[in-house]
Design a protein around this ligand. Structure first.
Ligand code: FDA
Length: 309
């Protein structure tokens, strides 16, 4: 992992920076590229613009590592309100949550109850996605995902290609016919548990995508969402899928708001399922640092914002 990536990922965990940086206008302006705004209204408006272009939306309110029951309750109440709005305006959006937002660090049973209640309230046919956080949360995430899924089949889980364990997790999820979002992984993980070289992560991503789209997965009825902005990987996966005779509408790509916008629309127009995860909220600093860490050029972009006014 490069030094700049390590530094930015460290910064994402700094409570001192999290407290102060968002007050600075230049950080706010730079983050605006990835965030339509701080309120659900901003996210819903952005979702509406995507839908006009045939691109679906998944909404997620920023926030993680919540430390009290009251905060977790407030987050889940926010999501209940959001679901009510989706229902009342007939919006086709899905939702994605982080378990530490719903109280995983406070009380696992409380977190399970929140997840379960939220899944039960989702509009028909709409998925409640669970993000994958640091590797230390992987077991609890799969455990809560499986327990909630016993009663609510509309929960899906994210897996990270940078972890060695993911090959085994994906095999199990395929057997279970689960809904799975495959991503590379955004945290700072040691080489004991994660591929240190990007090349190996990319290769593992391709192999996992093949498993998630392959015959066994199709037979098990899994929903596989390929979460990447990597155009080379997307081309490799679509070419492989075409050679296997997999219909385009069976391939679903998900990206983050503000990244590879043209590709999001191109995929939708070409007949693939294309979705965008829209983050909104005021707790955006750690998340924004992870986005910078993904691409060194983003730091220059930030610097340009700093000096342009
Ligand atoms: P890669 O980092 O190789 O980037 C490929 C290309 O995409 C770059 O060359 C650049 O052109 C563009 N790009 C990528 N990131 C960019 C950025 N920040 N700014 C500008 N351009 C950028 N992670 C996690 O650990 N847990 C999770 O739950 C999720 N959830 C999730 C959902 C969805 C829908 C997506 C798309 C991603 C996530 N992630 C995530 C983040 C994921 O792990 C990963 O960090 C990012 O997607 C970046 O990796 P890429 O696959 O895009 O490839």
């Amino acid at each position: 992992m490069s030094l700049s990536r390590r530094v930015l990922l460290r910064a994402s965990q700094s409570a001192w920076l999290r407290e102060r940086a968002p007050r600075h206008r230049f950080f706010r302006r730079a983050a605006a590229r990835f965030l339509p705004g701080e309120n659900a209204e901003d996210a819903l408006a952005a979702a509406g613009r995507l839908v006009e272009n045939g691109v679906g939306a998944i909404l997620t309110r920023l926030g993680e590592s919540i430390a009290t029951r009251a905060e977790a309750e407030a987050v889940v109440q926010h999501y209940f309100g959001l679901v009510d709005r989706l229902r009342s305006n007939g919006s086709a959006c899905e939702i994605s949550v982080k378990l530490t937002q719903l109280g995983a660090d406070v009380d696992r049973e409380l977190c399970r109850a929140h997840l379960s209640e939220l899944a039960s309230r989702m509009p028909d046919g709409k998925m409640l996605w669970i993000d994958m956080e640091q590797a230390a949360y992987a077991d609890v995430t799969f455990d809560l995902f499986r327990r909630v899924r016993e009663a609510h089949s509309n929960v899906g889980v994210c897996v990270q290609a940078y972890l060695y364990r993911t090959e085994f997790d994906v095999a199990k999820l395929v057997d279970e016919g689960a809904a799975v979002r495959l991503v590379k992984g955004a945290y700072n993980e040691p080489s004991e548990i994660a591929f240190p070289r990007k090349k190996d992560v990319d290769e593992n991503f391709f192999r996992l995508a093949q498993t998630l789209l392959g015959l066994d997965a199709q037979r098990a009825g899994i929903r596989a969402a390929i979460g990447t902005h990597d155009l080379r990987l997307i081309a490799r996966i679509t070419e492989w899928a075409a050679a296997q005779g997999i219909a385009r509408e069976r391939l679903e790509f998900q990206m983050l708001y503000g990244i590879q916008r043209a590709e999001q629309i191109r995929l939708a127009r070409a007949g693939y399922r294309s979705g965008v995860l829209i983050n909104y909220g005021s707790y955006w600093f750690p998340w924004f640092m992870r986005r910078l860490a993904e691409r060194p050029a983003n730091v220059f972009f930030l610097a340009r914002n700093l000096f342009s006014r």
